[in-house]
Design a protein around this ligand. Structure first.
Ligand code: SF4
Ligand code: SF4
Length: 257
């Protein structure tokens, strides 16, 4: 979102929320239980791929191959990923069982955030991002008629959203940079765009790539950060965001040796 009036950004069926509590409770006894896990458009962000990889004990490439499909991104210059639903009449989420979500602990961000949605407004000042929250109302969702209330902060704590939001905000900054079309000259799906796709979504391949090309060693990094990057995917993903922006002509937040 760039330089638009805030009011024009609010879709019609969504209500902006601030500090006041909203009414919602989802539990196995609601008549609509698990209805929202079928026939759903569920975007998957780079950090969601890490969560699913961890939960399923498979590689990021396998997560992408088995459970995702390409979709439109937030702008025309970089594709997004979404969950690939079962190809049956119910179009169920592949992680849905009769008892509920089989990846609950590491479920994707959108599943945790619902019934809220986060809208990120890029203010254009050094990549700063302003966050807006909306309450969605889907006619089938009966959770809005329950008696429990939450504030935004309580909901985020309850759904363990802190780390997802942090990682997704970093991704949104990079994606806002991608919206400036840094691929000019190579067009869509050119070598840099394919490299970027791998670096943001396929962390295992990106790890092999950094080792093969000695990428991490080329930058001045504090020892503990270097160690974290070498051992955990989350730190490597944060590195990948900074590295891509830097090699594609954006902010230089990594210092070359
Ligand atoms: S209350 Fe809403 S979120 Fe919960 S199961 Fe029903 S449709 Fe899904
Ligand atoms: S990942 Fe879990 S919560 Fe999300 S749609 Fe699938 S079954 Fe539902």
């Amino acid at each position: 979102m760039h330089g638009m009036e805030y009011d024009t950004l609010i879709p019609q069926d969504r209500e902006p929320i601030g500090k006041d509590p909203f009414t919602f409770h989802c539990h196995p006894d609601v008549p609509c239980f698990l209805k929202c896990c079928r026939d759903v458009h569920l975007p998957l962000y780079p950090y969601d791929i890490l969560l699913l990889k961890k939960q399923l004990g498979i590689t990021s490439g396998e997560v992408i191959e088995r459970y995702t499909e390409l979709t439109e991104g937030s702008h025309p210059y970089f594709p997004g990923l979404r969950l690939k639903l079962f190809d049956d009449t119910a179009r169920s989420c592949p992680f849905l069982s009769g008892d509920g979500c089989t990846v609950y602990v590491n479920r994707p961000t959108s599943c945790r955030t619902y019934p809220l949605e986060r809208g990120l407004e890029c203010t254009g000042k050094g990549g700063d991002i302003k966050v807006h929250h909306f309450l969605t109302h889907h006619p089938y969702c009966k959770g809005h008629f329950e008696s429990r209330t939450y504030t935004l902060k309580q909901w985020e704590r309850d759904q363990n959203l802190h780390q997802c939001n942090l990682m997704n905000d970093l991704w949104a900054e990079l994606d806002a940079f991608f919206a400036t079309n840094p691929w000019v000259g190579e067009g869509q799906a050119g070598p840099y765009q394919r490299l970027a796709f791998m670096a943001v979504y396929n962390i295992d391949d990106f790890r092999s790539y950094t080792q093969q090309h000695h990428i991490i060693e080329q930058f001045k990094l504090p020892k503990d950060e270097r160690r974290r990057i070498q051992k955990d995917d989350e730190s490597l993903l944060q590195f990948s965001f900074k590295w891509l922006e830097s090699i594609l002509g954006g902010r230089k937040r990594l210092l070359k040796k």
